[in-house]
Design a protein around this ligand. Sequence first.
Ligand code: SF4
Length: 457
Amino acid sequence: MLLRHTPKEVMDRHAVTINPAKTCQPIGAMYAALGIHGCLPHSHGSQGCCAYHRSALTRHYKEPVSASTSSFTEGASVFGGQSNLLQAIENIFTIYDPEVIAVHTTCLSETIGDDIKQIRDKASKQGLIPEGKHVIYCNTPSYVGSHVTGFSSMCKGMTELSESTGRKNGKVNVIPGWVEPSDMEEIKRLAGLMNVPITLFPDTSGILNGPLTGEYHMFPEGGVTVRELIGAGDAIGTLALGEWCSADAARNLDTKCKVPCKVLDIPFGLAATDRFIDTLRTVAGTSVPDDVNRERGQLVDMMSDTAQYYYHKKVALCGDPDQLISMVEFLVSIDMWPVHIVTGTPGKKFEKRIKELTAGIPCEVNVRAAGDMFLLHQWIKNEPVDLLISNTYGKYIARDEDIPFLRFGFPILVRVGHQYFPNVGYKGGLRLLERILGLLLDRKDRDDPETTFELTL
Ligand code: SF4
């Protein structure tokens, strides 16, 4: 009973968060920046922040994560970090020779009020940024927002590289949102099957799920290239997957380069994948090939073959808003009842959207944006569930309440596989169903009396 002090009675709390359902903004900015080929993320703050962000990503992806830091000491903390950043930019281009440095701020540099654009422009004027190289940036104070807003801000920062020549290049931009490298790979595979040329950004596939080759490359093969990011301004359209993670970047591209955008949900599950495939088809003016239809049919088949096991099972979820919205829609489509839903990321729109998706559920649904895992635990104590879906931290609740537990989202620390197997698309839907079904049937096998302990489905 590690969480034995969690009381059942829910009290109104405004001034304190207990067991946060989010992490800090720069982690999201760093993850997004890693999705650019030849990019070195740079943390403008103290060494401790950078070390934490890197280790958080390494623990989840099980890959080394390179990033540099402005290495604030007492002087920079008082007088500002301009000279540290100028020195860092010069050192990084001289020693590591990246294509791009992606600077994000931290609580400290934001509190001091460092103006990153002004410092970047000064570095450019002083000739510290070599010809053809770039420094992009975003503001990520961690006392507001979450890792999700940090990711979104860095994606928007990437679009500052985009340029419009006035001639469309026939490509479609896809901003995948915060999903796994395996999901990004799957989105590219689906677009390839449909013969639609896309620019996916960011793209961490090949960077955070690469093979063991025996050789270390500071900048692995994968990632969207700077050339592709510049060309994103000439695309025929942008699909932004997720309002929280991707919409700001897509809208910026629309404003800046007149690339029309559509904001969709992350394609987890049947309906969201249908919408993604259909929109990609419409924007690119193509048709859906048999291979994709076949994959869809397999997902529908599995949904109907196993429907009885999901029927009216109650689920509690905790995670990031874009992921939860698609996940809740998928669960409702297989007759499960998501009854407690918490995200640590702020945004009232989240609560409204979840309420809409769960409107047909004949019991009370608790939903909270900017909530915490303490609240989720209290809700579960008052209304027990059959399944908990959350990042790694949910294991404490799952153990105390003895609930089957699906690890999903960020971070996942004590499991592997999320880097390699997608959750998006029809194949991803199959995997989600397989994992959910496995948990429910394991529980059934454990609890069933001998008389109903079955060998077959
Ligand atoms: S000080 Fe702020 S930016 Fe640094 S690790 Fe803590 S929350 Fe994140």
